[in-house]
Design a protein around this ligand. Sequence first.
Ligand SMILES: C[S@@+](CC[C@H](N)C(=O)[O-])C[C@H]1O[C@@H](n2cnc3c(N)ncnc32)[C@H](O)[C@@H]1O
Length: 442
Amino acid sequence: MNHDAPIDAPFWLLPVVHVLDQWMGRGASPREAVAAQFERGAPSEDRVAVSRIAYAAIRKDRQLAFALGAAVDELDRNGRAAAIALAEGVSCGELAPDEARELFLRWSAIQLGWDDVLRVESAAKRIPDAMQRFAVLHSLPDWVAALLVDEFGDEAEVVARSLAQEPPRAIRANTLKVKDRGELATKLADVGISTTFGRYAKDALLVTDQSSLFETEAFRLGMFEQQDEGSQLIALVTAPPPRGRVFDACAGSGGKSLALAALLNNKGRVLAADVHKGRMDGLALRAARAGAFNLECAIVPEDDWPQHVAAFAVSCDRILLDVPCSGIGSWRRRPEARWMLEPRDIDSLLRTQAMLLDRAAHALKPGARIIYATCTVLRRENEAQVEAALARHPSLELVRIAEILGKAIAMPIADPTGTFVSLRPDRHQADGFFAAVLRKKR
Ligand SMILES: C[S@@+](CC[C@H](N)C(=O)[O-])C[C@H]1O[C@@H](n2cnc3c(N)ncnc32)[C@H](O)[C@@H]1O
């Protein structure tokens, strides 16, 4: 064996460097940058491996740069991308430090702390400033570290750690196309895809291998949608009455609208609205694939609902406000998000959330409900917003989640009083979701 032979670069290295380079330079979405690397039909396992390493590298950027040392910031963009990609390769056990050192010579001769990558936690624990120590250890901007400590106190550590984990691959069985998730599980097993039942949402399956889901016949026939269990639960607590009318006022790409259309069994009506045309663009196609015919879309301005939308809002049984939020609860799926959020965003989000609550409260007919939902774990965007809305609108009252879903289903996903949906990645394996149900008094 020739020990001096140059080592071959692992297959994932150049694609991961490219994804990081695109993200560092243009702020390109890692998901899109990964997709651009692979032709249709490329082995799903390769794509999954590249995503996994690139996502982890982006998430851990601050921690890995700390381990490599200050010299990493002297590199040009591509060199920095290579250094972070290789450091993640060392961190996840794909490469030995010496292999990373040798491979990095293709980009630069600058000396970096490759051996320190494996001892980064103990090195970070020696940072004298407590907040900076927390931020480096969990690879967060300083201000987010301070926010988590402020909100969670002693639990901040476990929350921050959970936000860096890999999320489960969850799908929702579309009951317009299959009887139940058991039938879907069998169909997927027939093509070699293994799943288990999700713990909380009745239609949820968790995919336990890395197979490509989107090339299956089951997907083509609309038998499932990719959707986190937390997101599925928001549709379940919306609990539309049979043949009911539901206004999904912040529908985005329409994941919850589709779940609601299925819960209504194609009866009743779902109006999906959003300010962002681009997000809603694919919804009509997805609805057609899912066999959902009770769903309509509307693009709305930010500050008001057009007349036909407002008319629907005053007549409907449920207004789902899946409001824009800091999104911290779904950071595991969007590794770049922790670097994009800015302190001033939180203030502006709080204002938009309150404005949407006020608008819905005014429109709501007696007996109808607002479902206020977020994918964040911050109290200021969740319980505090609901408390303030109840104070501003005495005509609203809380409906406990336990009352809607029954105690057995509600207990594991609700706060200790059984009032709100309160999902946390560290406790539930699902994304961090919150929901409160507010009813207009009769
Ligand atoms: C959390 S996302 C919704 C996700 C979506 N419900 C889903 O399940 O995929 C929040 C959405 O609110 C939209 N939004 C922001 N301001 C809005 C406003 N004033 N009115 C309606 N939608 C708004 C954003 O464009 C974004 O798509």
